[in-house]
Design a protein around this ligand. Structure first.
Ligand SMILES: [Zn+2]
Length: 201
């Protein structure tokens, strides 16, 4: 069984692992349902999640296996994902605009432009926003690269969120101040060459 770490009365998570590579899993307690952000890949995760008696819904950040491999092993009512992730999961509800669900607390699911993975989603609950791997780069010929126009759109979406903390999957700290993340991304954006569509660092 995986340890469930509490952040607030309503928000907890299961920490990411490296062997096997498995993303951080968010667990949000609504009045009616429990909202799970990413289901990870480690086999201990579904054991812990399936012990939760309330109905469970999942939001999947993107299609990479470390975030969604456990989909078939968790008992779920609804799955929310981006169109690109749907191609891999082959089930669930596609989110292509902001969705707000009232479950005693407001669950805000939103598309998040990302250089790391097409069709990424984030989920915001009060002061906390789960971003998965969306703030990470992509690799191009062995280099760490960001798509400049996507990064610009991503910064705009992130600035608009009211959450004070961003939860960044695989990050040792995991819970990071919003300003710190935006500052890091803006520093990267400043390095762009207007003639190039990618910023490689
Ligand atoms: Zn990942």
């Amino acid at each position: 069984m995986a340890d469930i770490i509490k952040i607030t009365d309503r928000i907890s998570y299961i920490k990411a692992t490296e062997k096997p590579l498995s993303a951080d899993v968010g667990i949000i307690e609504g009045d009616e349902s429990v909202w799970i952000f990413d289901v990870g890949a480690d086999e201990s995760v579904p054991i812990s999640l399936n012990k939760i008696s309330k109905p469970k819904n999942a939001v999947i950040s993107h299609f990479h296996p470390d975030h969604m491999r456990n989909l078939e092993h968790v008992d779920l009512n609804e799955i929310y994902l981006g169109a690109n992730t749907f191609k891999y999961a082959k089930r669930g509800t596609v989110v292509d605009k902001d969705v707000f669900i009232d479950d005693g607390i407001t669950i805000h699911i939103f598309p998040l432009p990302s250089s790391h993975a097409k069709g990424s989603l984030g989920m915001e609950i009060g002061d906390y926003a789960f971003l998965g791997d969306a703030t990470y780069s992509t690799m191009k010929q062995g280099k760490v690269c960001y798509n400049a126009s996507v990064l610009k759109e991503e910064i705009a979406v992130l600035k608009n969120l009211s959450a004070k903390f961003f939860l960044i999957s695989h990050d040792e700290k995991f819970i990071r101040p919003k300003e710190e993340i935006i500052e890091e991304l803006e520093e990267i954006y400043k390095k762009r060459d207007p003639k190039e569509s990618y910023i490689c660092i």
